[in-house]
Write a protein that binds this ligand. Sequence first.
Ligand code: SF4
Length: 415
Amino acid sequence: MNKKLPFIIDEHYCPNPKPTLLLHSCCAPCSSSVIEMLRERFRVTVLYYNPNIFPKSEYIKRCDEQRRFCQSFSSEDNPIAFVAADYRAEEFEHIAKGKEHLKEGGERCTACYALRLGEAARYASANGFDYFTTTLSVSPLKDAARLNAIGEKLGKVHGVKYLTSDFKKQNGYKRSCELSKEYGMYRQDFCGCKYSLAERILSAKGFIFDADGTLLDTMGFYENFASEYVRSLGFEPAPDLREQIRSHTIRECCELLKTTYAISKATDEIYDEISKMIGEFYADSSTLKSGVLEFLHYAKSKGIKMCIATATDKSHIETALESCNAEDMFDFVLTCKDVGASKREPVIYDECAKMLGLEKRDVVVFEDAHHAVVTAKAANYRVVAVREDTELKFADVIKINSDIYVETMTELIGE
Ligand code: SF4
């Protein structure tokens, strides 16, 4: 490696005119110091091709940030061109098959580097670039020797010169942090793929779980209890009654039923009758969702603090946890009633984080219901959305507003 530069210029390098270089970039922050180093010696075009990034919203966010940085850093003397590939997640999924649960830095990452460098080499060759290289070596977590071996091999395959480099050298990483701050860039805290995101989630200090539909398989009951109650009083429930009460607390639901069906009983009496129905259900029929107990044991073994944030009465949840042998897993159960706010507001999550003694950035919220996912995400929590059949019609909203959507929690631990 040249002593003064973190990249090797070959013997054919000619500074006039500056040769063209295609720079594969993983993200704007990593590209910043690399572009700064390269632009004096090359006419740089940045290629954003990262089908490993998950989810698509994260891809778009990182891609937009890259475009914005190239525009702001471009000057008349040193223009920086930008090319973005479409999001082609299936290309990453194909090469990651069978390597999903390997640790970051292992074989999956080697295949991921090769995929991205392969596209950079192909594009550079097809478009007549003199050189190509990647920003990836700027990260202290990335092995430059491995990247260079892949790049050099692909350069030969596609007939284009690979610029051998280790951009973390000469304070490259430190400079990238300074430039990210100076340009107010979005800097992500996980490498990019869904497996690295799962690793990041499992490194949290606290988990806040919703109960019904997330931990407990109880939503089938909630689909029908209001209609059953109304029928027991001799009324025909509206077909959309479930939708009307979807994000209501039980008390709000009782108030709505009393008004809508002109029930002559006092709201408190309706509440008591419905609470009895619910209590019997939790005591006799509630079960944990698939994979929940394994996931809770895993989190407990890692020392992650756990609590429950629920709109349901505490006594019902405690009864259900006891009947499912999960009562010792949680530090506490906090209800919407305790905090005086529904999950349309983030109060309950903020209070849970406070009671766990943790900062918001150190906790992850697990939810199944779209309105709660939206609330937690808007309040800047990291959110794991858990599939719940009764929420499938809101799947798009849930996926856009969560960090990751899982069929079962065990997906996060590779089981
Ligand atoms: S951890 Fe990073 S380098 Fe490794 S496969 Fe995932 S995105 Fe690619």
